[in-house]
Structure formats: structure tokens, C-alpha cells
Design a protein around this ligand. Sequence first.
Ligand code: MGD
Ligand code: MGD
Ligand code: SF4
Ligand code: MO
Length: 740
Amino acid sequence: MADSPTGTGETRFGICKVCWAGCPVEVTVEDGRATKVVGDRQSPIYGGYTCPKGRAMPEAHYSPTRVLHPRKRMPDGSYTEIPMAQAIEEIAQRIEGIVAEHGPEAIAVYPGNGNLTNPINPVIGAMFIMAMGTFPDRFFSVQTIDQAGKVIAQALHGRWIPGPQPFSTAKTWIMVGTNPVISKQGVMVNPGQTVKQAVKDGMKLIVIDPRATESTAHAFLHIAPQPGQDAGILAGILRVILSEGLYDAAFVADNAIGIEALKAAVEPFTPHHVADVAGISADDLILAARTFAAAESGCVVTATGAHFPLHGTLCEYLALSLNTVCGRWVRAGEPHAQPHVLLPDVPIHAQPHAPYQPWDHSKLSRINALPQTVVGAPTGTLPDEILTPGPGQVRALICSGSNPAVSLPDQNRAGRALGALDLLVAIDVEMSNTARMADYVIPDRMALETPACSQFSESMKYYGIWTGGYEVPFAQYAPALVEPPAGSDTIESWEFFYELARRLGKQITYFGNAAGTGQHWDKPPVAFALPLDRRPTTEEMFEAMCAGSRVPLAEVKQHVHGKVFGDLDLTVLPRADDCTARLQLADPTMMAELAAVFVHRGDTANPSAEFPLMLIPRRANDMMNSIGRTNPKLTARRTHNPAYLNPSDLARFGLATGDIIRIRSEHGEISGVAEAEQRLRPGTLSMSHCFGTNPDEADDPLGQGGCTSRLMDANAAFDPVFGQPRMGAIPVSIEPAGRV
Ligand SMILES: Nc1nc2c(c(=O)[nH]1)N[C@H]1C(S)=C(S)[C@@H](COP(=O)(O)OP(=O)(O)OC[C@H]3O[C@@H](n4cnc5c(=O)[nH]c(N)nc54)[C@H](O)[C@@H]3O)O[C@H]1N2
Ligand SMILES: Nc1nc2c(c(=O)[nH]1)N[C@H]1C(S)=C(S)[C@@H](COP(=O)(O)OP(=O)(O)OC[C@H]3O[C@@H](n4cnc5c(=O)[nH]c(N)nc54)[C@H](O)[C@@H]3O)O[C@H]1N2
Ligand code: SF4
Ligand SMILES: [Mo]
């Protein structure tokens, strides 16, 4: 610790945990309070980068609206503050009563993004449900309303153990439905600069997005398709590469099966067909394919834009197959570009984990008869799991760092469901949309009040390619930098689950250093049964989390700014003699879905005379989903959720920027505020998510904004494996509702 450059207070070094980029920060602490946050310029890899959300952490921590004591909802709907011990006791008694009457299946958890503050928090909810004996059926996480298709596709394709070629040195890259400069998905470290530098170093960047974004600024080629047509586009790119013989036949022969079946499956996706269906130029498609194949390195990656219109698993699968046919995986003798530092020391061989079927059709969900899968329960069905009577009905829900009242698709139904629960607990720091409906609100410690370490970032690679992590052996640990505000009564999310389980007479087993997902394990996790006689400290949990790490946590702790452990040997080993695993290029389930995409010209929703525009998702730079909406610094400019439209569409509907509009889908209606965006494909309406009031509250387009989830139907169309409702490419109409 040192004097701060301003001469007042001390400077402490930590990690921002508002999003998963985990930027190292320099925090000024005065009288025990964090007063200023800037990027840590001494970080060896981040170069002092932060975004507005990170720099607004002090305003979040000391927000006048922060919840600092447990709150209990009274019969008249008001809240009263009660001590933590009483809150835990009362919640435990209510859960005991519900379990006695209805069984443990009546209790569910839903962890979300507010849990990123401490790497123990996101996983402890699953371990609590394991202790209840109902895992995975009562573990509803954001994964199954996000990009669960990444894990499913990886299971079906097989996982190349050393991972994809690194972004920073690649000669080409195709981004499908992702805007890393804003979202940090895929590129965590200073993404704006990293993308710019990669292009400067010779990367031909190809972006497929109906909108020209911050990430297309340096693109060699931007293709702006009709939303929801990405599977066909990827099949079209594959067809060009396979039919022109531009692929890496040697890599395929040694490492993959299914090339002939893949060739046959993509054959109908001619450039002419794809161009016609997706509303793009055939020449651009061919150029993208030839550029990708000709470059010596690079990858094709997908994210939410491609996943939300329903064929996410297929898009991800085709991307993996494209990378495999072009041999875009790190080979023997090359440096491992997803190196382990706080993950275990395991040999990295240039070979795959074999494909497997990530579902069990003998165990079907109560709602929509979905198979049990490796990605947990289908969160899109959670409202109906609550609303549908019968054995197994969910009656109590614990939300930790999540905000289902605005994040679950189909907001009206979600609102009815949350209101119908016998018990709703929200572990949160604000009276979020969900906390406002909860029986108990449990105040968590915030980011600067808990320790942090980068192991979570390293392990994100197991959830598919283009998730996060470091291309160099970097690691960092930071202690808690400040105490929660004086006089407050807070608890870390994981500690709450521990205390609740203990009170219920259940023992939580924590699984540390999990190096894998599903059936793809580089090394199985280490079980650590949490002692019942005393609560472990967060530091002990960190030790368990990093058990067997390649560099001991104690060593990482020596370097306050983080360190690149450049001495580690990263050389990837050759395929082991006994390895028979091959990547699968043409999984039958995926190829059948692709055939349907061809027959139905995308097999997705299309605009109509009644609903002429396509609603598409986007991320806002100042918000992390709903996080930040109560932060005075982040909302100084605006609090609402603009409805971006191409100026030609504004003119077509007789609208101008600032007009309040009614936005209608076949399923619901919200109000929004029109805003012109020249760079958007005409015919699309681009809006962010997790804004808005609750269904029983008055609309507030200019204040809290509109909640796009209200336009989505939970049951009309959903992923057949993990049940994610259609959340992108939604036909909508707009009409003026007044001018400001
Ligand atoms: N319409 C539509 N819906 C979507 C999406 C979309 O694009 N469009 N995106 C989907 C995706 S990808 C995701 S991941 C989900 C996100 O879904 P959620 O994770 O449910 O939503 P968040 O807004 O991230 O919820 C974060 C909550 O954590 C609270 N919080 C903030 N800081 C802390 C803290 O320190 N501790 C605790 N305990 N809580 C804290 C916030 O107040 C907030 O209530 O939404 C999904 N829903
Ligand atoms: N600042 C900020 N950062 C965030 C978040 C946030 O809310 N704010 N949320 C976090 C979360 S939970 C997640 S999951 C990640 C998501 O990370 P990303 O998936 O990278 O999210 P976006 O930045 O919205 O980029 C998605 C892009 O897809 C485009 N798109 C929309 N529909 C289509 C389509 O049909 N096809 C194609 N090809 N493109 C389409 C959109 O225009 C948008 O530019 O971001 C994380 N980071
Ligand atoms: S990108 Fe912003 S919110 Fe995310 S970790 Fe960095 S500073 Fe924090
Ligand atoms: Mo997400």
C-alpha cells in the first residue's frame, strides 16, 4: 500500500469484478472508504484499462439505495430490517416446512451475474442443491438463457485440449454475433486496443452482425445479415471451403471423422441460396470463406447474437467444425495459448477429448419434456415450474446475484411466477426488480469488500471457445480492499448458502479446481467437504479452489499487480500413443437441424406485414445486464433503454429520435424511446435487456426503460435440448406513443 497520487488516502490494488474481464484496478481509500477507482497502470497485461462501470464502483458501494441489512417483507408489502441470524433462521424454517410438505424438489436456486464478485459465489448454489439431493434439476442458472449451446456443441464435436489458436497473433478472425469491444466476451484484456492491435499486426477481421459495431471499426469485411440466419451463413462458408478444397486435409485425416457427411450436409447451402435467405451478397460470403481458409491462423467464433435466435448450438457446432476443417487448433510443439497458472498442472497433448452425448432422454423435465443435460436445468422453464401444480412444483427460489424479474424471457409470466412463490429470497445489494418481490433480501458484500483471483478467468475456457481467459500465463490475486460500510450487516453469498445448509443439517461439498465440464476433464475436481463445526474463511475456500494449481496461490499473492509467469514451459505435447479420440464434424443431431434450417429457409422467425421489424439484442457499455441501473454516476446521462432504429425506418414510421414508441410482438408490448442509428441494418430494432419496471408497476420508458423480455414467449419456440426460448430475431411492430 502506498500514498495515493492525489496526496490523500492510500492506494490499494485490486481487481474489478463488475464483469468477467477482471481488470486490475488502483483504488484510493480514504477513511476506510474507496473514493476513486482507475485502471492499474502497473498491470503487466491490461495497461491500465478500465471501463465506466469499473470506475463507478465507489458510487455503487456507497449508493444511498444499497441494501445494508437483511430485509423482510411484511404483510402490507413494506420491508423491515432484521438481523442476519434471524433472517437465516426464518428462511431455514420456511424451507423446512416446504420440504416437509412437498419434498426437496420444491426448492430451487438461480445464480446470476451479481455473483462474479467472488469466484466461490457462482458455483456454491449448485453445491447447495447437490446437498439438497436435487442436482441438476433444481439448479437454474443464467447459462441456459445465455449460450449453453457452447457446451452442448463442444460435447458433440469433442474438445481440442490445447484450445483454439490465439486471437492476438491470428491472421484472420470471424466474429458472428459478438461485440467484444463492449461485452469483453472472448477478449477480456483491453478489448478495444487488443482488436485494433491485432488488425495492425495483419489480422483480416470479418464481422457478421446486422449492426456495424465498435468491433467492426477495423474490420476487413463486415457482413450485415438478416437476423437469425447465422447457421445458414456458417454452412455456406463451410461449403465454399470444402467444395474448393481449401481445408487442411492432413489435420482432418489425423484428428476428425465425418468430413464426407459434413460435405453432403452443407452442399445445399450455395452462395446464391445463403445470399438470398440472409439478405447478403454472395461475393461477400465467398470472400469471407476464402479469406478465412487462406490465412495461416485464426478462428471463427459465435456469441449471443448468433445464439439467441434459437439455433445457437448449431451455429457453435458449425463454427467448431469450420475451425477443425481449417486446423485452427494449437498443435504439438506450439505454446499453449490457454495456459494454466491457478488451474492444475496437467499435461496438454495435441488431441481431443472424445465427443459425447450431453443429454439423458430418460430423465425429462416436468415442463416441455426436455432432457437432463450437463448445463443444468432449463431456466426458460423456471416460471412454468413455479406456476404448474403437481409433484415437483417449485415453491421456493433463492436468487443469488440474479434478477429474474427482468432477465428471464417472458417477463409477464416470470413476474406471475415470482409472485406465486411461497418463498422468494434475493441475495442482492439493491432493491432490484426481483428484490422488490422477495420475502427476504440478503445483503451481499460487494466487489471491493471480498478477495478475488483470476482462476475463474482461466477456467472459463471449459465453457466453450470465445468465453474469456488469458493467452499468456497471467495470474493475479487481490485481498478485500475495504470493509462494508460501518454498522452494516452483510454476508457473502457463499457464506449464506453455507449457513443455510448447516442450519438445515446438510453438508455442502465444494469441488475445487474443476478443470473441465461435462465428461471432458483435464483433471477431475478435488472434493472439500465444508466443516460443519465452523465456517471456513473465504481464504480457505480460495485455497480449496486453487488446490493443486500449477503455481501455488501463495506465490501468485506475492505479486500485487499480477504477474506473467514467463518461466512456465507451455509447449504442447504430441498426441499420446493410446489416444484414439477424434473430433466429430457431422454429428447426426446437428446435421438434422441443419437440414431443417435449409428446408425452412433459416427455420427462424421472419418479419411480416403485421410485425415488420426484427428485434435484436445488444450490450450497453455502462451497464452489466441490470447492474448499474441505480448507480448515479452511470445513469447521469440517461437511465432508459434506447430503441435503436435505422434512420430510414424512423422515417418510414414517421418517427424522430426521442419519440416514445409502443413496441409490440405477437406475445407482448412495451414502450421505448426511439433513437437513430445509421449503422444498423434497415428492418432491425436493436435494444438492450434487463431494463424496465415489473409487470405490476407502471411503465416508465424514459426512467427505467422498457424490458424486452416482455416481448418474448417462453413456450412458442425454444431450444429442444436446454429449453432456451427464442431471445433474438423477434418480429415486432412499432407505433408512435407521443413526443418528449
Ligand atoms: N431480453 C433479454 N433477456 C436476457 C438477455 C438479453 O440479451 N435479452 N441476456 C441474457 C443473459 S446472456 C444473461 S447472462 C442474463 C443475466 O441475468 P441475471 O444474472 O439474472 O441478471 P443481472 O442483471 O446480471 O443480475 C444481477 C443482479 O445482481 C445484483 N448485484 C449487483 N452487485 C451485486 C453483488 O455484489 N452481489 C450480489 N449478490 N448481487 C449483486 C444486481 O442488483 C442484480 O439484481 O440475462 C439474460 N436475459
Ligand atoms: N458492457 C456490458 N458488457 C457485458 C454485458 C453487458 O450487459 N454490458 N453482459 C455480459 C453478458 S451476460 C454476456 S452473455 C456477454 C455477451 O457478449 P456478446 O455476445 O459479445 O454481446 P453483444 O455485445 O451484445 O454482441 C452481440 C452482437 O450480436 C449482434 N446481433 C444481434 N442479433 C444478431 C443475429 O441474429 N446475428 C448476428 N450475426 N448478430 C446479431 C448485435 O448487434 C451485437 O453487436 O456480454 C457480457 N458483457
Ligand atoms: S471491463 Fe469494466 S466492468 Fe468489466 S472488469 Fe473491466 S472495469 Fe470492470
Ligand atoms: Mo450472459
